[in-house]
Design a protein around this ligand. Sequence first.
Ligand code: AMP
Ligand code: GLY
Length: 433
Amino acid sequence: MEKRKVLLIGGGGREAAIAWHIDRTCADVELHATPGNPGIAEFAACHSVKADDLDALCVLGKSLRPDLTIVGPEAPLVAGIVDRFDDELSLSVVGPNAAAAFLEGSKVRAKRFMRRHGIPTAPFHVFDNPNSAERYLESVAYNPVVIKADGLCGGKGVIIPHSLDSQFAAVAEIMRDKRFGPAGDRIVIEKKLEGVECSLLVLADGVNAIPFPAARDFKRRFDGDKGPNTGGMGCFCPIPDISPDLLEEIMDDIVYPTIRGMAYEGHPYRGVLYFGLMLTEDGPKVLEYNCRFGDPETEVILPILTEDWNFVDLLGLTLEANSGLETVELKWQGVAVGVVAVHEGYPGKSSRGVPVDVTNVGKTGSLVFHAGTKLDTSGNLVTDGGRIAVCVGLGKDFRTAREQSYGGIALLDFEGRAYRDDIAEQIAQSEPI
Ligand code: AMP
Ligand code: GLY
């Protein structure tokens, strides 16, 4: 069989899950990844180009000539990798072009887009200088708000202050001290919403959209949702509180207005679109858009999909409007719980060069997706980041899946290992025995 060449850009847990899922559903694919990681290397030929080096990615694209490219992280999408692969190399990429990726690249533009199209979201104001932001905060006395830097900040640009003083400190940090550089030239101040969060990812072809099973991400570093925000400490999927009726409401009031709004404004959205939602008493509202697969959502979504879709074919349907995507119904089975093993100093610190042993994890039945690992010069597996690996347990219920993922984490060994103990605990406890 002649194989299709697929290039996967990225090298974290999300890309490891995508590589694993391609391996199990696409016998007709020769997978390449860049930069990949040692887990991804089990399924792909890895190249050394970094995901945010667009010039080098174009050189790699030119020499490999992949039939399809899949982009994991947001930075190359926002910087225009889709446009460059298309314009310079005539190569197809799954994902939005730069003009559509503003949904993640600019919180100000995303909020204004939602306002224009009547998409439910928290009320907000935009400020481009700190004095007026401070005057506003003072004028409303203390109101619970969320303060967001406009541009990409690697998941760290959202601050939820708990007093007027800390609101001022947040404005100063972003706008005066420029902690995030030019990403903080403008800020959004929006009402803090109460409710339950969920991540809904859809595949879109510019006109149609189909949902993946929804997932819940645990963003805070410590048990009980305490401590700083992180890139994600764990996740579970699906979310039982999302009934078919609620999903329909989300598709009608949020997903389709977004897809139609983007097409109306001349930027039809193609690829994966991630809706970060708050399920409030007044219904679901959008907290944020991401223009890609979520991490660690992907690590729990893909393993429960049934294998009746060749994943590369499925993603390929997003490249062209009305390619048949509208008739696809994704099927999934059972539940998944993912627990992230991090370095104890994460998110402040990361770990480099410390030996990692994953050999026993599989004995528990848990999957292990490498995130921050690499091979040292002697070929030994060592740490290389803050989030080291994700153990994913599967089962018919959350109790079983949880036991499996925690069994895996216990056998994933490296010095300084840390993880949250309470991922999916509540949902498992609420299940009938
Ligand atoms: P974002 O990057 O916009 O998703 O924000 C990161 C996290 O901040 C979200 O996952 C929420 O936990 C929280 N967040 C963002 N906006 C709000 C809001 N308006 N109300 C409450 N929490 C929020
Ligand atoms: N899990 C949050 C994100 O992917 O941005």
